[in-house]
Design a protein around this ligand. Structure first.
Ligand SMILES: O=C(CO)COP(=O)(O)O
Length: 253
């Protein structure tokens, strides 16, 4: 059975006090409102990881993740953060290949394979992001475009390694725009991606892979999106910075 997951991507937001306040509120609501059966991942900027981890403690099903990791193990790579470090500071997950990393930091499918390997070697669960820009959606080639992202970055993985991957489908035109994909558009793509994964790793492995939706997800649309058969949760940007909204999204299953 695949997991239901809601991950919050804080992106480059919040100072120390704001991060502590948000985390405290989320942890309290999470406990008070008796949330069960959903894996929740907070992905703050690196500098927040350790203090946020201290607040989260051993709250069941509440985990920490990075927003990125280096493709290298260690060494003279100024400004980089390794998967080993993330793990040692309490992370269990790491977002890899977010469209903002692909676009602004020119991360290629090949580089992302190296990052996924670093994550797996350090026992971190990669949340591997994929998604098409608007012009590709309008040209009608979005399925092939996104399948190709998975093929190029992931299809060299062994069956055992592939089983540890979480996928996040985030159409770029829906990120931070308030323009969410319809639940039918999300389902259509998630199903196509699951079929694609099955063609390489078999139906059972594909059925066990959590595929999250991301892009302007909020408490008003999460229930509809999460109700779709191949949508296993969400990767949440803006709404993860508001405790009430984030927890309401978690409760939308
Ligand atoms: O990029 C996202 C999460 O990684 C989605 O961001 P928004 O929810 O702000 O659209």
């Amino acid at each position: 059975m695949r997991k239901k997951i809601v991950a919050g991507n804080w992106k480059m937001n919040l100072n120390f006090d704001e991060g502590q306040k948000l985390t405290t509120e989320i942890v309290n609501m999470y406990k008070d409102e008796n949330i069960k059966d959903v894996t929740v991942v907070l992905n703050p900027p690196f500098v927040h990881l350790f203090p946020v981890k201290k607040l989260v403690g051993n709250t069941p099903n509440l985990f920490l993740g990075g927003q990125n990791c280096s493709d290298k193990t260690s060494g003279a790579f100024t400004g980089e953060t390794s998967a080993t470090m993330l793990k040692s500071f309490g992370a269990e997950y790491v977002i890899i290949g977010h469209s903002e990393r692909r676009e602004y930091f020119k991360e290629s499918n090949e580089l992302l394979t190296a990052k996924v390997k670093q994550a797996l070697e350090n026992d971190l669960t990669p949340i591997f992001c994929c998604g098409e820009p608007l012009e590709i959606r309008e040209a009608g080639t979005h399925e092939d475009y996104v399948k190709n992202q998975l093929t190029e970055s992931l299809f060299g993985l062994s069956d055992e390694d592939f089983a540890k991957i979480v996928i996040a489908y985030e159409p770029i035109w829906a990120i931070g725009t308030g323009k969410t994909a319809s639940s039918d558009q999300a389902q259509e793509m998630h199903k196509a991606l699951r079929d694609h994964l099955a063609s390489k790793y078999g139906q059972e492995a594909a059925d066990n892979t959590s595929i999250l939706y991301g892009g302007s997800c909020n408490p008003g649309n999460a229930k509809d999106i999460f109700s779709k058969a191949d949508v296993d949760g969400g990767l949440i940007g803006g709404a993860s910075l508001k405790s009430r909204d984030f927890v309401d999204i978690i409760k939308s299953f």
